[in-house]
Design a protein. Structure first.
Length: 267
């Protein structure tokens, strides 16, 4: 069944007015304000003109009245002031299309070359930033790979389990990583400049036992260290060569102590 189309008819009440208008929407509020200001300004100018009253009336009818009416009505839906501003902009910014002369071509070519140089400079900077970012990413990836290898080498997880509250374990891991990824030709160890490759070879021999040996040695000493980083580097470097002698000395010391106590008990 076909339904008949029905159009609703709405009646606009006579008291309906657009916001910002006067006289039931017939005059824009802005236009009325501009017309009042224009009339007052022109009337005061007319008042100070040294002419007869008759001529003033003619000027008012010919000039002031039409301008005031134009300000009230507006121009093309805009206020008189907006129209004047747009007209001034058009006059000051207009361009006349003509055949370019040699001077214009020269200026245009210079402008194009400056733009090209600026664009090339920006592209070089962008390419350089990308290259630097790639180098940083490669260094970061290499550092992460070296850190994983060091963690396995010194049994870092086992060290953390044995020393859960000792933050020196993390510091030692960072020191070893700094040495293994260092690009400096030499490194200061025990107040001596040593070749970095020799230091790296020595640090590559470090194990969990060496780290614990260094921690134990630092606990046993009562001397205050001024440069803890230098002390740790020297201790780690020397631990590879001194750990056996250290534990051998402790073994003989404890063996002598045990023998002495047994002799005292026998007496």
């Amino acid at each position: 069944m076909m339904q008949r189309e029905r159009s609703d008819v709405y009646i606009i009440p006579p008291n309906f007015a657009k916001e910002g208008t006067l006289f039931s929407g017939r005059i824009e509020g802005r236009n009325a304000f501009e017309a009042a200001v224009l009339f007052i300004v022109l009337f005061r100018i007319l008042f100070f003109i040294d002419v007869s009253i008759k001529i003033r009336i003619y000027i008012g009818i010919i000039v002031i009245l039409p301008l005031t009416i134009l300000a009230v009505v507006g121009v093309n839906g805009e206020s008189l002031l907006s129209f004047i501003i747009q007209f001034i902009r058009f006059v000051t910014r207009r361009r006349v299309v003509t055949v370019p002369d040699g001077q214009y071509r020269l200026k245009r070519n210079r402008r194009i070359r400056r733009q090209q140089k600026k664009q090339q400079k920006q592209e070089r900077k962008k390419k350089k930033r990308q290259q630097e970012g790639g180098v940083k990413d490669r260094k970061r990836s290499r550092s992460q790979a070296v850190e994983r290898a060091i963690r396995i080498q010194i049994s870092y997880d086992a060290l953390k389990n044995d020393h859960p509250y000792d933050r020196r374990v993390e510091e030692i891991l960072g020191l070893i990583l700094d040495v293994m990824v260092s690009t400096a030709p030499k490194l200061r160890i025990n107040r001596e400049e040593k070749d970095i490759e020799i230091v790296k070879a020595q640090f590559a021999k470090l194990t969990k036992d060496h780290v614990e040996f260094v921690l134990q040695s630092m606990d046993d000493t009562s001397t205050k260290a001024r440069n803890i980083r230098a002390v740790l580097l020297t201790a780690l470097y020397n631990s590879v060569n001194t750990i056996n002698s250290y534990y051998g000395n402790r073994y003989h010391f404890h063996l002598a102590e045990e023998t002495r106590r047994e002799m005292e008990e026998t007496d």
